[in-house]
Write a protein that binds this ligand. Structure first.
Ligand code: ARG
Length: 506
């Protein structure tokens, strides 16, 4: 790092910052992701200043020319962010001043503050990342849909307390995750709506005496509307909290599926086998096949929660206005995005390639009294006994069978024990009542596990998934159209970059 020089805000100061002060305060690592957004924000701001007659057309030309060059130089590695210049905003402005001179470059920051500028960059970046996460979730839902469609009739035990509860289908299990992840999509969509508001023009905290046009920058940056109240804009980070909360729930849900993958692939459960491409071995135990991806997903969940708690803790003591504490909002949020994207990048393929052991699932579903409720229900319907009484009878029956180390499938014994309670059911009928596959067929209540219900829900979820795809497409188009329009104006002001005509840039 070079020795600190005088900063752009250094007018009132008599000495430069110490090297240690610079090292302590700069935000270059986090800001590097923002440079493209910072330049877009500056282009929109400069265009607006010129349209409003706040700067001249000549000023605009020089500013846009060097902003474009800054972006090119950044892309090809000739412009890197310097920690001595504190953050991305000061780096870009310094680049402009160094190249265009203060008489031009020095005008870009008219009617703007880094306080609204940093918010513009964050809003633009978060907006893109939310859409990326939504795409990942959509792919994940697709993987679950594939499992659901193949397995509407595949019987497995459903669990409560991690104990066999009632038979369900594997397709029913898969659609539960789709239902859950579609809610995450809605939460992200609602965070997106908060994010897609324009902070530019709030300036330092109080607005400005210049006749700025906030509607124009809103349009050029593809935002839905200006976030109006200047002091609220500058003080607000709740759009980040909303985003992190949505990401935290995505991770909670990814961690839950991961947990199931971990124990479904145990020898004891033995109901799923991961593809080798998604499994890990041991350096000492040659037989090992470990579900590391699921474990790492589960293990990284806390870091995303940590980002949320970091931000909430940061916010709670801050007075209205900009506080430098806000700078700390970015690194954990970036990490949260990276973690969620990485997990979503792997889990869909891991799920699609998982071998579900359907025979083992059926065996488990029939082995451990999972259909006891069906027998109780049968007694209610056919023997006109109250449910509580039926529960008592079947509970007693299970207790007797367990004591004798038998199951329902010891049909003679089951029949005999029921007769002790004055209930006579032919064995052929008992077999039907206690059959796990028939049990799932018969759970036809709305949202239940029966195959027709699961098919209906699949259709419904597919429809919702398509609507979300449309929404993502709509948002992406709005962003791209706005960026294209900004660049069109840049080209119009500068002349086409590909055909340099003499004097066009002067
Ligand atoms: N780098 C700062 C941040 O990330 C933005 C700059 C605002 N700084 C200031 N001194 N007003 O929050």
């Amino acid at each position: 790092m070079q020795t600190p020089q005088k900063t752009l805000w250094g007018g009132r100061f008599s000495t430069s910052l110490t090297t240690e002060t610079v090292a302590f305060t700069h935000s270059i690592e986090a800001d590097t992701r923002l440079i493209g957004y910072d330049i877009w924000g500056s282009q929109a701001h400069a265009i607006m200043l010129a349209r409003q007659g706040i700067i001249s057309d000549a000023d605009l030309r020089e500013i846009l020319r060097w902003l474009r060059k800054a972006e090119e130089d950044f892309q090809n590695g000739d412009f890197t962010l310097d920690p001595n210049k504190e953050d991305v905003h000061m780096n870009v402005e310094s680049y402009l001043i160094e190249n265009a001179g203060r008489e031009f470059g020095g005008k870009l920051h008219t009617a703007r503050s880094r306080n609204d500028q940093v918010l513009v960059d964050a809003h633009l970046y978060i907006r893109d990342e939310i859409l990326n996460i939504q795409r990942g979730l959509s792919t994940l839902c697709e993987a679950f849909l594939q499992i659901a469609k193949t397995h509407t009739d595949t019987v497995m035990p459903g669990y409560t307390h991690t104990q066999h509860a009632q038979p369900i289908s594997l397709g029913f299990w898969a659609t539960a995750y789709i239902s859950m992840f579609l809610r995450d999509q809605k939460r992200l969509q609602s965070a997106y709506a908060l994010v897609n508001m324009n902070p530019l023009g709030a300036c330092a905290l109080a607005g400005t005496t210049f006749p700025i046009d906030r509607e124009l920058t809103t349009k050029l940056l593809g935002f839905d509307a200006p976030h109006e109240h200047a002091l609220d804009v500058i003080s607000s980070r709740d759009f980040i909290a909303e985003t992190l909360f949505a990401l935290s729930l995505v991770m909670a849900n990814l961690s839950r599926i991961s947990e199931e993958i971990v124990y479904w692939t145990t020898y004891e459960f033995g109901i799923a086998v991961l593809d080798d491409a998604y499994s890990f071995g041991s350096s000492i135990m040659p037989q090992k096949k470990n579900p590391d991806i699921a474990e790492l997903t589960r293990g990284r969940t806390g870091r995303v929660y940590g980002a949320l708690f970091d931000l909430l803790t940061n916010l709670k003591g801050l007075p209205m206005g900009y506080n430098r504490d806000f700078q700390e909002d970015k690194p954990p949020l970036w990490e949260a995005f990276d973690i969620v994207k990485a997990c979503l990048g792997l889990l869909p393929e891991l799920l699609k390639t998982t071998d579900f052991k359907t025979e083992r699932m059926a065996e488990l579903a029939n082995a451990n009294f999972a259909t006891a409720t069906e027998l109780a229900n049968h007694l209610v319907k056919e023997h006109k006994i109250s449910f509580r009484e039926c529960h008592e009878i079947v509970g007693w029956l299970v207790g007797e069978l367990v004591q004798q180390e038998k199951t329902f499938s010891d049909w003679e014994l089951t029949q005999e024990l029921l007769r002790e309670k004055a209930i006579d059911i032919p064995i052929s009928q008992l077999k039907q009542i206690l059959d796990a596959e028939l049990a799932i067929q018969n759970n036809q209540s709305l949202g239940g596990t029966s195959p027709p219900e699961v098919h209906r829900m699949i259709e419904n979820f597919e429809k919702q998934r398509n609507e979300i795809t449309q929404h993502i497409y709509h948002c992406q188009t709005q962003i791209e159209d706005a960026h294209r329009e900004t660049l069109r104006i840049v080209d119009e002001v500068l002349g086409k970059p590909t055909v340099p005509t003499e004097g066009a840039e002067n």
